[in-house]
Design a protein around this ligand. Structure first.
Ligand code: TYM
Length: 354
């Protein structure tokens, strides 16, 4: 019998911007997936589970520089982001947790990719296009943002990228650039796949649009409970009379409730909607409680982790070392392939085109 070909390791990679505190959209769209995917502590127990072989998660401070212009605030936000991720369940032993700018290999890789990036591709990307349509000034950082994101992904040979729906276009750009580079220089990069969660890919905000800091409709994961309650009580609802039966599936308040409440409570609430004769105020009160319960353990963990800032900085330093080792390997492959590394032969084709 021919020997079995070695299985390609599965590797998850994702980044999150420290442009403010994490909101429910970030958590239910992305962070929850980071945690589900991280390799199991006991690999034997992981068989059949969703976990990948390796996971890399980073705080995208270079991307955040396109919006956060206050250095002290950026430093504080990066630290707080790491505290939040660990409190929410990201385990820095099972996953590599690091800060984007601690891996300079990625910025060099960005340049290599930039040389194969068609302008038209970037002109179609929504972050830049939205700003332009709103008549806001856009800089080259925002315009080339998807190339840096492509380098982020390709630098770690990522196979799967857990994200919310709004990032899918950027992953398609990443695949296009990897393909272009590979067709010019040989099999250098792996082509990643986005991973979305059912029910969380586009979490609505308090006004029913996608939850986003730029729409000022967010509810933060670790927000002070009184402030959170105020925001929840102000969630927009329609003005149908109380007696009318309502369809839970088309209501953003119900969508939020179903993300936060246990399944049995969600089913009971859906039943109430269909029956009618209740006010949205009751749903909001139930949502306030569900949100407090859902994140109670994470809040307690957060308070404990926050009291030891040196521990978080040590986690990030160790993560940067592990991330640099992997990114250095990929960058070396790319440099040799395109003729930058004199005296070093081009890499052998890897023969694994996903
Ligand atoms: P960012 O920081 O805007 O968002 C972080 C993650 O949260 C998801 N998300 C949502 N998901 C569902 N519903 C929502 N309302 C919602 N709002 C945000 C986002 O889809 C994202 O997964 N460009 C990225 C950061 C990045 C990155 C990367 C991601 C930089 N390099 C490489 C993946 C791979 C961003 O701005 O995400």
């Amino acid at each position: 019998m021919p020997p079995e070909s070695p299985r390609r390791p599965s590797r998850a990679l994702s980044g999150i911007q420290p442009t403010g505190r994490f909101h429910w959209g970030n958590y239910f769209g992305a962070i929850r997936q980071y945690i589900d995917l991280q390799p199991a502590a006991d690999p034997a127990a992981a068989r059949g589970a969703e976990a990948v072989d390796e996971a890399y998660y980073f705080i995208a401070d270079l991307h955040a520089l396109t919006t956060v212009r206050d250095p002290a605030r950026l430093r504080t936000l990066v630290h707080a982001a790491a505290v939040d991720l660990v409190a929410l369940g990201l385990d820095p032993v099972r996953a590599v947790l690091f800060v984007q700018s601690d891996v300079p290999e990625v910025t060099e890789l960005t340049w290599l990719l930039m040389t194969v990036t068609p302008m038209g591709l970037l002109e179609r990307c929504h972050a830049y296009k939205d700003k332009k349509t709103r008549g806001l000034p856009a800089d080259a950082g925002l315009f080339t943002y998807p190339v840096l994101m492509a380098a982020d992904i390709l630098a770690y040979d990522a196979t799967v990228v857990p994200v919310g729906e709004d990032q899918v276009q950027h992953i398609e750009v990443c695949r296009d650039l990897a393909d272009k580079f590979n067709s010019l220089y040989g099999d250098v990069f792996m082509l990643p796949q986005p991973r979305l969660v059912v029910g969380g890919a586009k979490v609505p905000g308090t006004d029913g649009q996608k939850m986003s800091k730029s729409y000022e409709n967010t509810i933060d994961v670790f927000e002070d409970l009184a402030a959170q309650k105020k925001k929840i009580m102000r969630i927009t609802t329609d003005s149908r009379p109380m007696e009318d039966p309502k369809d839970p599936e088309t209501d953003h308040l119900f969508e939020l409730f179903s993300l936060l409440a246990p399944a049995a409570d969600r089913d009971r609430m859906a039943e109430l909607y269909r029956r009618g004769g209740f006010g949205y105020g009751e749903v909001k009160k139930a949502l306030v409680e569900a949100a407090a319960d859902h994140f109670a353990a994470a809040r307690a963990r957060r308070a404990e982790i926050e009291s030891d800032p040196a521990r978080i900085e040590a986690i990030l330093a160790a993560g940067a070392r592990r991330a640099r080792a992997k990114a250095g390997e990929v960058l070396d492959r790319a440099r040799r392939a395109c003729g930058l590394a004199r005296g070093k032969p081009a890499p052998r084709p890897r023969g694994v085109r996903p």
